[in-house]
Design a protein around this ligand. Structure first.
Ligand code: C5P
Length: 232
């Protein structure tokens, strides 16, 4: 099979990561988890006691961040941090450090290098984040804007926290989700698109869908576009 890429962007807790991982498994492709890179930087800052808001200090950490993405897992400097980067501090810090221009430049270039490597190997690269379709993979064969009602997204987020042993009220999680969406959509560099249809995205609202249903709809769309055949 010839390699190509799929970009999935959307607001917090819209299910991008889960879907991208499931799609990568189904297509034997590569899951390019772009958020994991910002989260890893935030984790390192947290561990070193660096204030997320101190841009100069955060930038000094950039050369120390080597993120490896393998089989849906995230390794920071060789250590498996898949679960750790989802904890409240790196979670909050990720959207703060992701605003810095230099941080984005470095991360995007790492992401593009990885994507090219796998596409050349004939793999389907599934890039997921906020700017996957606009910046990281502008030539993606399918750009999906995955969204869901904010109340449903907050509920999912609360469940995710719970599964990690973190108890938060629904109201708190809802407020956090709104703040994060606002920060991601209003930042100057490569914001989360507010008018995705105009940018060529295919919109998928999964509020009422199970993961399996979303995957099936995406598979159908890939076939409709001639990117996959009926055997897939
Ligand atoms: O997608 P995820 O929730 O893991 O991303 C964590 C944070 O990293 C996001 O809230 C966003 O601020 C930032 N991010 C970004 N660009 C990406 C992916 C994530 O700015 N491509």
């Amino acid at each position: 099979m010839k390699g190509f890429s799929i970009a999935i962007d959307g607001p917090v807790a819209s299910g991008k990561g889960t879907l991208a991982l499931a799609l990568a498994k189904r297509l034997d492709g590569f899951f390019l988890n772009t958020g994991a890179m910002y989260r890893s930087l935030a984790l390192l800052a947290f561990e070193k006691g660096v204030d997320f808001n101190d841009e100069e200090e955060v930038l000094k950490l950039l050369p120390l961040v080597n993120v490896d993405l393998r089989d849906g897992k995230v390794f920071l400097n060789g250590k498996d941090v898949t679960d750790e980067i989802k904890k409240p501090d790196p979670d909050k810090g990720s959207s703060i450090v992701a605003v810095y221009k230099k941080v984005r430049e470095v991360m995007v270039s790492k992401q593009q290098e990885l994507a090219s490597k796998y596409i050349e190997m004939g793999k389907v690269v599934i890039g997921e984040g906020r700017d996957a379709g606009t910046r990281v993979l502008p030539d993606a064969s399918l750009k999906i804007f995955l969204t869901a009602d904010v109340q449903i997204r907050a509920k999912r987020r609360q469940q995710l926290y719970k599964s990690k042993g973190v108890e938060k009220s629904f109201e708190e999680v809802l407020e956090e989700a709104k703040i994060r969406d606002e920060r991601d959509s209003s930042r100057e560099i490569d914001p989360l698109p507010t008018d995705p249809e105009k940018l060529g995205y295919w919109i998928l609202d999964n509020s009422m869908q199970t993961e399996e249903e979303s995957i099936n709809v995406i598979m159908d769309e890939l076939k409709r576009r001639g990117l996959l055949n009926d055997k897939n």
